[in-house]
Design a protein around this ligand. Sequence first.
Ligand SMILES: NC(=O)c1ccc[n+]([C@@H]2O[C@H](COP(=O)([O-])OP(=O)(O)OC[C@H]3O[C@@H](n4cnc5c(N)ncnc54)[C@H](OP(=O)(O)O)[C@@H]3O)[C@@H](O)[C@H]2O)c1
Length: 196
Amino acid sequence: MAQNRLASERKRFEPGFLRERIESSLRRLRTDYIDLFMLHSPPVEVLQNQDVHRLLIDLRDAGKIRYLGVSCDDVASARAALAWEEIDSIQVPVSLDYREMLPEILPMASSRGVGVIAREVFAGGRLRDHPAIRQLSVQRPGLQWFEFALQFVQQMPEVSTVVIGVTTRAHLNANLNALASQPLPQELMTQFRCVT
Ligand SMILES: NC(=O)c1ccc[n+]([C@@H]2O[C@H](COP(=O)([O-])OP(=O)(O)OC[C@H]3O[C@@H](n4cnc5c(N)ncnc54)[C@H](OP(=O)(O)O)[C@@H]3O)[C@@H](O)[C@H]2O)c1
């Protein structure tokens, strides 16, 4: 019951509801401001709603939010987020398996100075069996699939940071080591960025 309530509330974007939730988060976190407030996968119409814009700008101007962002699921919502001048950051899926954001959204964010948080870089763990990974294992034996998957996204010039999904300490350590290892050569980045 409580889970159902949370699941449905998670998808509510009315300004009054958002204000109440932000204020109660501040109280629970015992803090005066939220560093980065991101709307979680809103539909395009929410991103075009002037009342939502006004609310978040008011909260930012009041010092309760420092930066505004939107977590987007597809190109249409990322485009709508970037059309909003006040947005500081977008969170988008980017991986060897999901390149829809590459041609338009990443360059647009970069040219506007909007931070890009890339997520689902392992395609939820399914990348291990991707054809590009099989091709890579022939071309560069020894380079682990997760190392390539992570570096491939993290090294994109438009990407500010990555969110990685891990539930095991072993994967966390492996990913931290991957991030600290030698960068991928540029020709590999170019080759796989262009793979369709
Ligand atoms: N709309 C949104 O805002 C939205 C939508 C989707 C996801 N997200 C967020 O984005 C984050 C990432 O999403 P995700 O977890 O679905 O995708 P992901 O990061 O692409 O994949 C996570 C999967 O990869 C596995 N993995 C990670 N490192 C590995 C390694 N070194 N070797 C082998 N397997 C490895 C994990 O296994 P283990 O669990 O076994 O470590 C897990 O199964 C999450 O925090 C999620 O909440 C947000």
